[in-house]
Design a protein around this ligand. Structure first.
Ligand SMILES: Cc1ncc(COP(=O)(O)O)c(C=O)c1O
Length: 481
């Protein structure tokens, strides 16, 4: 018995799933954002061993509705305002469903011509939407962490005298330390990439940022010079356009100039904010990224595409190909002039991710996407001025996109203020309708509110502010009496 479920059974279940999905998305706001479960509670509802006999799809879906759906954190909730509040969308969900049905493995052109060519076409649409030069070639990975790791692997491969692909790093005292420069606000995925590539965390220079959380160019230039003097080799700079805490943008123009002069690879991490570059009036903030060697941005963060979907744009895709291409006999094909996506990274098998992205771009259109991003930025700016008008609160970083960092100005000492802000966050998140997260800026506990969900409206943002305000009053009454 190796047959799949019967066609009628599948059809009926698909109809049921369609209703479940539509109901969920319509009513998700009725859940608390964070499920009210304790660690281990979900596991306790699941049998310890797998069923010996197959069960009906209806029964499995009943359990999904009872055990799973209520106990996820509801990223689709309009009050999800934490981290980068990434959002899927109807068209994206349809694309995911169809790609699951096709279940192609897009490792080679031959193993799915449409998946390969759609990916190339959609990435080129994106390149144009972002205003990047034609030379950039994009391909899709799961996450920015992987895209950045691949970009830094290409940067390492672009040191031809070292031939690391063939000879490796171990046992070679002649290899200089290869240094990677990032700002003190850069994402930890940069450090992880360095660890994975065997360069050693000690070769990461965390360059100090300025009062607006942007990498200080003078400090970068000094660090590069100091490393050269010490016989180390500056290998790459990762400039961030949209840092994780405050969405600050490093001075990419000046950094690009330095990298060009010094022969250093420039990778731009625009995982979140890259989407904003589709709006011409926001593109100025990305000035200089067109001179980068590689750029990552995630449609799954702020381009309404379900996770996962990260685009790596390469100035010279051949460097990446020669870093990674390795074709065993069983995968040799004879089509000429085609892309075999497996050549552009570590993974062999690949999902058909471009399908959902294609559906999102077509369903909303470039203007529709621009409108949505603009609206998020506008709501963030409005919230920031609301916060600033309150004498008990302060916005503590510029708001270039759709994230607001702020602090409750309470308590007699910085330490007390930190703990009151933490208490405030816990109180806010325990209510249910909103979820906000925190970060640390210049050593101080800070609230971080991100608007990125398609369902979040002006009303939700105002309600969130009222909830925060009221929670501050309660914490104040309890702790500052
Ligand atoms: C600036 C930045 N880069 C990279 C990442 C990592 O993204 P991913 O989860 O796609 O690996 C994040 C995550 O939020 C981020 O904020």
């Amino acid at each position: 018995m190796s047959r799949d479920v019967s066609d009628p059974e599948l059809r009926a279940a698909l109809h049921r799933v369609a209703d479940m999905v539509a109901d969920y998305l319509q009513d998700v706001g009725q859940y608390p954002v964070l499920p009210k479960v304790q660690p281990g509670e979900v596991a306790s509802m699941l049998p310890g061993i797998a069923p010996r006999q197959g069960e009906s799809l209806d029964r499995i879906l009943d359990d999904y509705a009872r055990i799973i759906e209520p106990n996820v954190t509801h990223w689709n909730h309009p009050g999800f305002l934490g981290y980068f509040s990434i959002t899927g969308s109807g068209p994206g969900i349809l694309g995911e469903a169809l790609s699951a049905a096709l279940n192609v493995n897009a490792m080679l052109w031959r193993t799915s011509p449409a998946a390969t060519e759609l990916e190339e076409r959609v990435c080129d649409w994106l390149r144009q939407m972002l205003g990047l030069p034609e030379i950039f070639r994009g391909h899709i990975n799961d996450t920015a962490s992987v895209s950045t790791m691949l970009a830094l692997a290409a940067a390492r491969h672009a040191q031809p005298d070292l031939d690391i692909r063939e000879l490796g790093l171990a046992g070679r005292p002649e290899i200089p330390e290869l240094v990677v420069y990032i700002s003190d606000q850069a994402h930890s995925s940069c450090d992880k990439a360095v660890m994975t590539l065997g360069l050693g965390l000690r070769q990461v220079r965390r360059i100090v940022s300025d009062e607006q959380f942007r990498m200080r160019f003078d400090a970068l230039a000094e660090a590069v010079e100091a490393d050269r003097r010490a016989g180390r080799r500056p290998m790459a700079v990762v400039a961030t356009a949209g840092t994780t805490s405050t969405t600050s943008v490093d001075p990419m123009d000046r950094i690009a100039g330095l990298c060009q002069r010094e022969g250093i690879w420039l990778h731009v991490d625009a995982a979140y904010a890259g989407s904003a570059a589709i709006c011409p009036e926001l593109r100025g903030q990305f000035s200089g990224w067109e001179r980068a060697d590689s750029i990552v941005f995630n449609p799954h963060k702020w381009l309404f595409t379900p996770i996962d979907c990260s685009v790596l744009l390469m100035r010279d895709v051949e460097t990446l190909r020669s870093a990674f291409s390795l074709v065993p006999d069983y995968l040799k094909t004879d089509e000429e002039g085609v892309t075999n996506l497996m050549d552009l990274g570590v993974q062999l098998g690949r999902r058909f991710r471009s399908l959902k992205l294609w559906m999102v771009i077509r369903a909303f259109g470039v203007e529709g996407l621009q409108d949505r991003i603009r609206e998020h930025c506008r709501m963030a700016r409005d919230l920031a001025s609301l916060i600033d008008q309150d004498p008990e609160f302060a916005v503590v970083a510029p708001v270039p996109f759709s994230v607001v960092c702020f602090r409750w100005i309470a308590g007699d000492s910085p330490e007390q203020q930190d703990s009151l802000n933490e208490a405030l966050l816990n109180e806010v998140n325990s209510q249910g309708p909103v979820f906000v997260t925190s970060t640390v800026l210049k050593g101080r506990y800070t609230l971080h509110l991100a608007i990125g969900n398609l369902k979040t409206t002006e009303q939700h943002v105002q309600d969130a502010w009222q909830i925060i305000r009221a929670a501050a009053d309660r914490v104040s009454a309890a702790q500052l009496r």
